[in-house]
Ligand binder design. Structure first.
Ligand SMILES: NC(=O)c1ccc[n+]([C@@H]2O[C@H](COP(=O)([O-])OP(=O)(O)OC[C@H]3O[C@@H](n4cnc5c(N)ncnc54)[C@H](OP(=O)(O)O)[C@@H]3O)[C@@H](O)[C@H]2O)c1
Length: 285
């Protein structure tokens, strides 16, 4: 059994491989990487590295020879992802790969998030390819909210535009564990999994959690989409990223991040990482 992972040097990819190493021998795992220097630790762990660059089509089909299962971790250049994914799917067909798992987005078929479009297109390409598939429709990463948690605790204000929208996020590690479980077992063919956290919270709950964990007063300040956009741009974030963040909050207010689906905890065999645990870990870093 040979299981190949794209984006293997990315944050999710590395966690998937560490989780997969608990399920199968290292000799079963192929890390598909565009920069081998970033994958030295994986090589030391006995994982085979193969060069794989979505933008260098000649690298794709040869790297997929002999692969039984492919995990396509969605690429990270928003707006360029559909053709990049298409190149990978076509290479998988050429190389005779029978199965592909794809990290999609919660409710990709009807999600109002701007990001959903490329996931919808990729899911359609995979279905039309005739390959067996599993769609791992990951909800938002809790990690997204915690990159600037120290600064939020110091300033005492958490800004957003999500109103009291509920967020059923989970940590990258939880989604990685689920992907590894799916890849290591059979019976997941042609299934679509909506993957969301075991519990939900609002932005105000998040502010309260940061306050409780840090011991400092923190409150949530809701802004209009225009105010939030302006604040993020003034803080130096690039325009494209700001659009994604603000759209996510605006759609959160309408329920786009909320789910009571328990498939994630069923796959991993335990509740997903709580927002309290995630905040605690982030504040310790
Ligand atoms: N649900 C959410 O909240 C959420 C949040 C963020 C991202 N995402 C999605 O989930 C994916 C994984 O998340 P992540 O945090 O692991 O992202 P990440 O750390 O940015 O990893 C993306 C991976 O894609 C690889 N990659 C990018 N362009 C490539 C190319 N042309 N050829 C081959 N590989 C390429 C990168 O390679 P290098 O290591 O060489 O750079 C990296 O390994 C993201 O790409 C994005 O689609 C979801």
């Amino acid at each position: 059994m040979k299981i190949a992972i794209t984006g293997a040097t990315g944050q999710l990819g590395q966690l998937v491989i560490q989780a997969l190493l608990k399920e199968v021998p290292a000799s079963h795992i192929i890390a598909l990487v565009r920069n081998e220097a970033k994958a030295a630790t994986l090589k030391q762990q006995g994982v085979e590295l193969r060069r794989f660059d979505y933008d260098a089509p000649e690298t794709l089909a040869p790297a997929l020879q002999g692969i039984d299962k492919l995990l396509l971790i969605s690429a990270n250049e928003v707006g360029r992802r559909t053709p990049q994914h298409q190149a990978v799917i076509e290479a998988a067909q050429q190389a005779g790969v029978p199965y592909i798992a794809y990290t999609s987005l919660l409710h990709a078929d009807h999600s109002p998030l701007g990001l959903a479009q490329e996931h919808r297109e990729t899911e359609a390409l995979i279905k039309n390819s005739g390959l067996a598939y599993t769609f791992l429709r990951n909800n938002w990463y809790s990690d997204n909210y915690l990159a600037d948690v120290q600064q939020i605790a110091e300033s005492g204000v958490l800004y957003g535009a999500a109103q009291d929208g509920k967020i059923s996020s989970a940590s990258r590690k939880d989604y990685a564990e689920a992907a590894a479980k799916v890849l290591a077992a059979s019976g997941h063919e042609n299934k679509t999994y909506e993957l969301a956290g075991s519990a939900s919270f609002t932005r105000a709950d998040l502010a309260q959690t940061i306050a409780n964990v840090s011991g400092k007063a923190v409150h949530y300040q809701n802004l209009s989409a225009a105010e939030y956009t302006q604040g993020l741009l003034q803080a130096g974030l690039p325009q494209g990223l700001v659009e994604v963040i603000v759209d996510a909050d605006v759609q959160t207010a309408k329920g786009a991040m909320y789910s009571t689906d328990k498939t994630l905890e069923q796959l991993i065999g335990h509740p997903s990482t709580s927002i309290q645990e995630a905040v605690k870990a982030a504040l310790q870093n």
